[in-house]
Write a protein of this length. Sequence first.
Lengths: 368, 504, 376
Amino acid sequence: MRETNEISSVQIRGLIVSTVIGVGILSLPNKMAIAIGNDGWIPIILGGIFSIINVFIINKIFQIYPNKDFFEIGREALGKWVFNFFIFIFFIYNMAVMASLSRNLAELVKAFLLETTPPEVLIITFILATTYIARSEIQIIGRLGYHIYPIIIVSIIILIIFSLPSIDYTNALPVFQFDISKLPKAVLDSYFSFVGFEILLFAIPFAEDRNNNSKIVRTSISAIIIVTIIYLVVFFLTLSQYGLHSLQRQAFPTISLIKEIDLPGFFIENLDGVAMAIWTLVIFATMAPTYYSAGKILSNLFAVREHGFFIIPMIPIIYIFSLIPQNVLQIETILGTTINYLGIISVVILPTLIYLIGLFKVRRRADE
Amino acid sequence: MQKIILKDIENNLKVIEELFKDCYDIIIRRIEVGDVYRVKMAIVYIDGLINKDHISEYTIGALLSEEEVKNFSLQGFKSKLTDIIYKEVLYSSELSEEHHMDKIIDIILSGDTVLFIDGMEQAIIIGSKGWATRGISEPETETVVRGPREGFTEVLKINTTLIRRRIRDTNLKITMQKVGRRSKTDVAVIYMDDIVDKGVLQEVNERIRSIDIDAIQDSSMLENLIEDNYLSAFPQIENTERPDSVAAALCEGRIAIIVDNSPFALIVPATIGTLFQSSEDYYNRWTESQILRSLRLVAFFLCVLSPALYISIISYHPGILPTKLTYYLAASRINVPFPSVVETFLMEITIELIRESGTRISGPIGTTIGIVGGLIIGQAAVEAGIVSSILIIIVAVTTISSFAIPSYEFASGLRVWRFLLIIFAAFLGLYGVMLGLIVLITHLIKLNSFGVPFTSPYSGLGISQGELKDTLFKSPIQYLEERPTFTKPRNKVRMRRTWKDERD
Amino acid sequence: MNKKIIYLSIIIILIPFMTGCWDMQEINQILFPYSIGIDLNEGEGERYVITITYPNINAIGKNATQEERIHIVSTVASSVFEGATQLSTRLQYPFNFKMLRVLVLGKNITNDAGTVKEIIDGMSRDFSISKKVRILQAEDSAEDLLLSIPNAKRQEVIEGTLFSMLSGKRSTSRYTPITLTDFIREIDLSGVAIAPRAATGVEDIKFFGGAIFKDYKLIGYLDEVQNRALTILKGKWKSDLVVASFQDMTISYITTGSKMKRKFIKNNEELKVRLEIRVEGALQEYIHRENPTLNNTELIEDMEKAIEKELTKETNEVLEMLQKEYKSDAIGIGEYISKFHPKVWKEVGNDWDEVFADMDIEVDIDVKIRRRGLVQ
């Protein structure tokens, strides 16, 4: 029986939510508090809106060029060499994302769970565990997304329920007191917490409803809205718990918030270790699609049909990339900045360019 | 070897005798019929496979006493002898003619009787299967408090009958295949013609057809031969001893495979959702079934995770627990000489030993083993201070929860993964458990059962069509108006109305 | 075949990576301190005296072999964590601070702003320490306080006497437990945080009142009644007993809850805050010679007035003290203004302490007796 390599709409939604939510959810409230203060929710919403526009453009591409996959479209629109250059950057971007994910995971696991284990071990074991799924097709990646999605939602709901008794919502006040000149940078910061939806480039051609484009647009946008809501909830919870000044000092406010949970009568204390364990799964759900896309790009660059062939050779590269930063600060400064620049090229510029060229060609064809 | 039957009966019998040389159980009974014109006939069957009374009374008896045959030569050659025998002499209800030798051999081997008649190019096949069987009894593996108590037996025909009695519909199709070069085991593929997804049906038939093996002894062998991933620890095909489960599955658009000599029917496709269903869920009130369903999910996690979590908490992250519990755990382990990994392995292996010896020996001795193993060893181990009492609780809970999962094979698969997770936990604590879980999740979502994702409905298939109503939840039967979607049924409506709809 | 080789090599690579078991440490080979005391070393040597108490695991559970419930060790060290490391060389097992519940600050340490800040900062930075650690100010030295725990007759609690006294819902406002997070947050918000005081009695340990920290420096004390008044002013008063005099006798009144509304009034450059506090409760003790039954609304109203008077007196005293003596806004007025009147806050926020000291704060307490007990 031929395996139907299809991904359903609900799976796309789960895939986007679980891919987008990753490291960002831990540090975003702190970043927003530093960048803009109490009104951090404004850049989060704006970042969400920009991501929705981006997702919309990606969807449009596949509407202009129906029944083609991302690589065929790119070749047709940009020409072979330009497109190859772009997807090479895309590939490097994916590698950097994976390196940063595994390094961040290792650092946090080291801090909260395994204090003396060398981070190298944590990194390599995590990458190895991910290779197993990265070798499979988008259908499996979609299933994975759908499995992690309820875990994320349920964890957030539990977080809300548990932290409600101890929060003071007045800490979120006053609103609208921000400095407008700081807004662009804050929006950019929050926007980078939304990247991950580029997996759509690989998922849409295999969507069950690929002929019903508006449905995919709806699901993918709803996924971004869900992510925005989750970010807002986490931001408000941490802000209400800590107040602005303390929040600005918390490196990982979400985990600190979990550490605050203390319901002795209910046998619940010290949830940070459990939270780290669940977060490992969430990071895995971000890592797997990225790994998959990197493999797909490589297989396309070398014109090999099976992307699984490239997955294992990538292990040492990711490993070395992830060891470049010398300390925790450099993860943000070196890897983070690289990811941001490359991300803009591959997530924003590349699809927009393809879209504009496609639009232009369609117009011209209509004129003729 | 000759391919077809020759007119000369002696030739035919010689072939048979040669093939069945040194077969002690073959019986060839030669008779001569007719007063004037004596016709040689021979009845061939395998001793023990047939109903002897039937053959002696209604075949041999009939042939020897029937006037028409006796006077055959007197009346002249008005009609062919076979026709007369076929139409007027034999009392059997199942009769047919055959002239291929190899088919005749198969027929003999499968328990029917063959009547050779001299001068005829056909042999008459008399349906006479009848051998000593176990009666229909209550299934031992899937007992219910409420619900039918019939179970399948080893005889295919009885099994198909049990299903036919439950679905009196011409759309219930039972197609037969033979598997095994030597065993020539009958395999019945059963499905509802107007519901089943033809793609899956074709796939099932093809997979069964392409098997070339000498013999299969049980449906479990066929299961291993046709499943998608035979290396996996998890079964991708469901099995059951209960005809009502099979009938219910058929009505959902799934396909049942019954293998002769096996009381276990196979049902495809199987998913995690269906493996967690038990037939009793549908006979109990929905509230109770709902609680049981949820309990089974809890059991799933307890079964696969609890020893690994114990190790990671005791040896790596004692800070995860609430303060009081930490102190008590520390106190309970104060004199244990082993690290938690060794301790856990000791107890897990002990419990596996108890389980193994308990299943091999049934009856009162088995119970004794359970008591000796469970109570005395556990108690003694704690008293001796080799293991902590908490661990005994953990191991016991783990074992009990593995029995709470309806599918025994699935639970055994989890058992294997439990040991893997213990190893992961021993090396990297909770992080290791998570890595192990990642690999387990990956493995599970990569599995397919005849094109259906094994993890459905939890992997997103049919959620919007209400697939969760009968998997994660157990809704009252009134809400299950449509068939589950994972089987891609061609006819979706299960229930049209109830008395309340009628009144409205 | 190729696949098998790949998998095999992965497994072989994995083995040396995974068999390290770096962090393996059995639960019974770790000491879990539940309180830590810090004093300034007044003698020779390093800066601090660190005192750590941890439960004696041998005395817990069914088959306890030892009697003594807690162990107390102390050392001289240059920082908290250095002290812990030093101690673990003297003890059989290392410490794990996950279960730390109480931090006791010695008296001599609290006079120095830098030192307290250093300790608090170090603790909040550490990954393993729970941020729910309760902070306590010892009347004398922290070491003496912790050493007196075994003499106290309340040892049956496994989590430590100090912690169980500081947690849970106690119907008293004589002292207010504060956690590490709250301590930091309150100092961030208003510059002032109040930690309960603890003193060693003859046979027990007593908590009372509060020590006022302004910018991590101890500036003064509150006694029990003052602490209650402060709780009222903060709007966090829940369940307590108030004794007031009424017509030559005392009545006692149990509160079941209170609500506070802050109102900000600005007229003519003058800031004014009005605190409207509504208290609900029931009458506990009441003996009236002339009118033994309590069935008269006016009488109840009179009693309410008496209690109001008592409470107003208490709160005004504390308010006066905070404004004039300490110039510290421990009642969250600044926080309120900054949240709800950010424009005003922009003007006055920079020298808030001065503004607070001169501010007009009006307290309006409204007491309601809802129930009068079973007897009329």
